[in-house]
Design a protein around this ligand. Sequence first.
Ligand code: AMP
Length: 116
Amino acid sequence: MADSSIFSKIRAGEIPGDILRETERVFVLRDIAPQAPVHLLVIPKSEQYRNVVELAAGDPSLLAEMVRVAGELAAEHAAPGDFRLVFNTGPDAGQTVFHVHAHVLAGALTEGSLAN
Ligand code: AMP
């Protein structure tokens, strides 16, 4: 069996991290290297899906929950509730953690945020 992802290790308390909230199926982590004034990650508790394409095919209701939580976070953390939702998909697109996660970015975004 593969090792747990870094996100699961943070959730388990094995390595430090700033978890802001949990629902039944997802949790929210503050990104360690923020690309915008608000940069949060919405992550399913399950590691079953590596990316958003697999998730959408396998469990659309879980994807919908991630989007709902992202909207709630933006309403709480970004002034007018406007935000960018990014799913890097594949290494050539900048994905480095293969446990699906949504980046919630808000507040004075710069051109090229997450294009690293
Ligand atoms: P991606 O490149 O789309 O796979 O996104 C992975 C994200 O996880 C990056 O934005 C990293 O900054 C973030 N990240 C990596 N390690 C940690 C950590 N220990 N705590 C919080 N965020 C992390």
